[in-house]
Write a protein that binds this ligand. Structure first.
Ligand code: FES
Length: 382
């Protein structure tokens, strides 16, 4: 699921699709005196021959071209995987190999309406020719999930950016000091967790999953999870009541790495239960924005109209801005996708995102979904 993440956000596909380029350029003059360097030419010729030989002997499927951060995709398959949840299998239009990804990664999808939304990849990272996402329809949101449910069918064309990973996963013994994995998923929050389970299982890690939701029919991929046997506990509110931390985190102790994705109430419960514990790693991806912490009231001034908007201590600048300008673009609401970027013309921002560079901040950019001001007023180029 989209989230918390961010992939901090190095795009893992950088450079993909540029295979087949010419040999590396040869410096015209190694010593700066204008004379050709013969030794370097010999080394270059040998390296070039080696590269050509490697290319001939290690042929791979061509990687689908990524045009300036935009990846064209086609919906190859649409499946109903739970009440109000569809899974889409996405392929390159030419059937070529797609950029690699790792568990926890997501795609930024440009929908036909122009909305940009993030969806976790829930297929098999070893399948280089298909991505899979799953989307729950939420009619009270910004319309992205409704658009997918109503307008995307097999054959629909999409543009994606990514994959990017804001919820990276490390297996014990393969990059994590933990010796046990405790997964917690709420509803559609199973999407980034599913590839993690497959990888943990394949590598022989000690792991368990608690998968929770409103009712069994609301939980996608229950059939796929059945093969993991009693490592997976499915519990639903209609049968078991609301879960507490003890139920969500069985056997929690030092040396455990917790990966949790789901609604804010679930992730807050997990964070509250694990924060005081030494030796416990916690990785969380939430669906919605985190509550504002240590906020103070401030004002926004919309420079093009002169309107003044009051931002309370417990609300984001984006939320207030959207009331006045419902057409403003946004997506993650967690400060990583950059969709809501806005320019500050005057005032002192309190930057709380993890996405903008110091140079971008110095140039006046701000992500109002998380960033704000420590009192006073920000004048926005809006
Ligand atoms: S909405 Fe994603 S950074 Fe603001």
């Amino acid at each position: 699921m989209s989230a918390a993440q961010q992939e901090r956000r190095a795009a893992t596909y950088a450079g993909a699709g540029r295979s087949g380029s010419a040999d590396p350029p040869l410096p015209a003059d190694l010593f700066g005196d204008g004379r050709p360097d013969r030794a370097l030419r010999v080394v270059h010729a040998l390296a070039s021959a080696r590269l050509r030989w490697s290319a001939l002997t290690h042929r791979r499927a061509p990687v689908t071209a990524v045009y300036a951060d935009r990846l064209p995709l086609i919906v190859a398959r649409r499946e109903q995987v739970a009440d109000d949840v569809v899974a889409l299998t996405l392929r390159a239009p030419d059937g070529g190999a797609l950029p690699r990804w790792h568990p926890g990664a997501h795609l930024d999808l440009e929908l036909p309406s122009g909305r940009l939304r993030q969806y976790s990849l829930c297929g098999d990272p070893d399948d280089r020719h298909a991505y899979r996402i799953a989307v729950r329809r939420i009619d009270t949101g910004g319309g992205g999930s409704r658009e997918i449910h109503e307008s995307l069918t097999a054959g629909s064309a999409l543009i994606a950016r990514g994959p990017r990973n804001a919820f990276p996963f490390a297996v014990p013994g393969f990059g994590s000091p933990a010796h046990r994995l405790c997964f917690v998923a709420g509803g559609i929050g199973i999407t980034p967790i599913l590839p993690m389970l497959r990888r943990a299982d394949r590598l022989g890690a000690d792991w368990s999953l608690v998968y929770t939701g409103r009712a069994p029919e609301s939980l996608p991929f229950r059939t796929e999870l059945a093969r993991f046997g009693d490592r997976v506990r499915i519990r639903t509110d209609d049968r078991d009541g609301r879960p507490d931390a003890t139920e969500l985190l069985p056997g929690l102790g030092s040396g455990t790495a917790v990966y949790c994705c789901g609604p804010t109430g679930l992730t807050d419960t997990v964070l509250a239960a694990t924060r005081p514990l030494p030796g416990v790693e916690v990785h969380v991806e939430r669906f919605g924005p985190a509550p504002v912490e240590n906020g103070v009231p401030f004002e926004l001034e919309l420079a093009r109209t002169g309107e003044i908007l009051a931002v309370p201590a417990d609300r984001s600048a984006l939320d207030v801005l959207l009331e006045a300008r419902p057409d403003r673009l946004y997506s993650c609401r967690q400060g990583f996708c950059r969709t809501c970027v806005t320019r500050v013309l005057a005032g002192e921002p309190d930057h709380r995102d993890g996405a903008l560079t110091p140079a971008e901040r110095a140039a006046g950019e701000i992500l109002p979904c998380v960033s704000r001001a420590d009192g006073g007023r920000l004048v926005l180029d809006v």
